[in-house]
Design a protein around this ligand. Structure first.
Ligand code: NAD
Ligand code: UGA
Length: 454
């Protein structure tokens, strides 16, 4: 039986530890955070994040071998293995601002672990970190006067929001990086045994620490690069009457390319793709690899362009003015099945429409609270009923691929809107021909528009 601690009860720490607790009833798992509101929410049935299936897993294990607490010092003292899953946002100040990872939360945690430990422990990097962070962490952790030696492992998390529980229960792989020493190998084996409770051993991959740290940044960069690639093709499709979904299908059937992550969109969002690529770019520059840095930078630069051109197209198609016009945004989360709005393309689209003096109404099944924090006191209406959001609007813009939007009565919506009525489908989610037949002017991504305007 091990005492496992996770520091950081966010989108990664909460679900990951809930699944470990669920799958390893013999171990005790404690999750701590400096944010008492978050911990209180984890101890209630109103969990702080929305994730399909999460409440069931938490409810099964909570109080049995899963505990949420704010007593960080006490939990560190009791722990054998400590996962660190604190946030590592892009730095907003000083050297590397706007590019590098802000490591202050990680470092503070390392010092707190050192201050509260009277025996060696295994420290697991769960947060996404720049390659070679483990070396710095080890230096801090092993700097105590008491001669304690900690093993730092890298165990990056690959879950995606909206499918976190599925991803954790049945991961493509679990990656564990450790030092190639006897003590390093022993620590890796301890972590392997935990995951082997439910993950087939052939999917547990052990590498050196640096490969593991770098693989996490590389995986996100490759995934985001596919989206920017298909989005770049979408712009060409719009000029040539090719259909980006047909192109994606045609290329994705090549088994060397594969079908996933080729959905053209208003742009990728989320707390990690942009942050991790910028971090990769920063790292490359700091090693003098400017051409490599430029290559990856373009993935982010193009993504910003895709979102900007979607927003600009709304105004351009609506006779070059949206001032005073009601526009309903369907979806604000950065993807479906989550309430998370971090780096959501909807933030940029909303702000640019507000700048054009549009009357912006936002609907989202799970993200209205986070939409309000993302937009501050910007003048928008947050409306839980999509029919009310669309009532009297000149245009709908689909920004999140919630399946519930496919099931709405678009005839009813059309009847309630101003004419001509526009749909800008930033996710190619809806049946465009059916909308056109109702009377809408439809502007998809990467497909010719369907318009009654001549
Ligand atoms: P988050 O902001 O949701 O959660 C981080 C938590 O850490 C917060 O609740 C914060 O209060 C807490 N925290 C910060 N400093 C602390 C301290 N000193 N002591 C205790 N708690 C502290 O972040 P997240 O989305 O869970 O991401 C965490 C890490 O995991 C990041 O490095 C991210 O890149 C990585 N990651 C995220 C995802 C994802 O889907 N969100 C997936 C894979 C990896
Ligand atoms: C992503 C990765 O998929 C995870 O493996 C990784 O662990 C995580 O980042 C992380 O490090 O935080 P996540 O951002 O939660 O997960 O969600 P994704 O499914 O990757 O979607 C990211 C964005 O890309 C969303 O805005 C989504 O709508 C968009 N997307 C995705 C597309 O526009 N097209 C696609 O084909 C796929």
């Amino acid at each position: 039986m091990k005492n496992i601690l996770c520091i950081g009860a966010g989108y990664v720490g909460g679900p990951t530890m809930a699944v470990i607790a669920d799958q390893c009833p013999d171990h005790t798992i404690t999750v701590v955070d400096i944010n008492a509101d978050r911990i209180n929410a984890w101890n209630s049935d109103q969990l702080p994040i929305y994730e399909p299936g999460l409440l069931e897993v938490v409810t099964r294990a909570r109080g049995r071998n899963l505990f949420f607490s704010t007593d960080i010092d006490g939990a560190i003292k009791a722990a054998d293995i400590i996962f660190v899953s604190v946030n590592t946002p892009t730095k907003t100040f000083g050297h590397g601002a706007g590019m590098a990872s802000d490591l202050q939360y990680w470092e503070r945690t390392a010092r707190q672990i050192l201050a509260n430990s009277d025996r060696p422990k295994i420290i697991v990097e769960k947060s996404t970190l720049p390659v070679r962070t483990a070396a710095a962490m080890e230096r801090i952790l092993n700097s105590g006067d008491n001669g304690l030696r900690f093993q730092v492992l890298s165990n990056p998390e690959f879950l995606a929001e909206g499918s976190a529980i599925r991803d954790l229960m049945d991961p493509d792989r679990v990656l564990i990086g450790g030092q190639e020493t006897e003590a390093g190998r022993a620590a890796v084996n301890e972590l392997v045994e935990i995951y082997a409770s439910w993950v087939p051993r052939e999917r547990i991959l052990c590498t050196n620490v640096w490969s593991s740290e770098l693989s996490k940044l590389a995986a996100n960069a490759f995934l985001a690069q596919r989206i920017s690639s298909i989005n770049a093709i979408s712009a060409l499709c719009e000029q040539t009457e090719a259909n980006v979904d047909e192109v994606a299908r045609a290329i994705g059937l090549d088994s060397r390319i594969g079908p996933k992550f080729l959905r053209a969109s208003v742009g990728f969002g989320g707390s990690c793709f942009k942050k991790d690529i910028l971090n990769l770019v920063y790292l490359c520059r700091s090693y003098g690899l400017h051409e490599v840095a430029d290559y990856w930078q373009q993935v982010v630069t193009f993504n910003d362009h895709q979102t900007q051109r979607f927003a600009a197209n709304i105004t351009a198609q609506m006779f070059n003015t949206v001032a005073g016009k009601k526009i309903a945004l369907f979806g604000f989360a950065f993807k479906a099945d989550t309430g998370d709005t971090r780096e959501s393309p909807a933030i940029y689209v909303a702000k640019s429409l507000i700048a054009e003096k549009a009357d912006v109404w936002i609907n989202d099944p799970k993200a209205l609270k986070n939409a309000r924090s993302a937009l501050g006191d910007a003048p928008v209406q947050l409306e839980p009923d999509p029919y009310v959001a669309a009532d009297g609007a000149h245009a709908l813009a689909i920004l999140t691929e919630w399946q519930s939007y496919q099931k709405l009565d678009y005839q009813r919506i059309y009847d309630s809107m101003q004419k001509p009525a526009f749909v800008f489908d930033g996710r190619n989610l809806l049946d465009h021909q059916a909308l056109f037949d109702i009377g809408f002017n439809v502007f998809p991504i990467g497909r010719p528009p369907l318009t009654h305007l001549t």
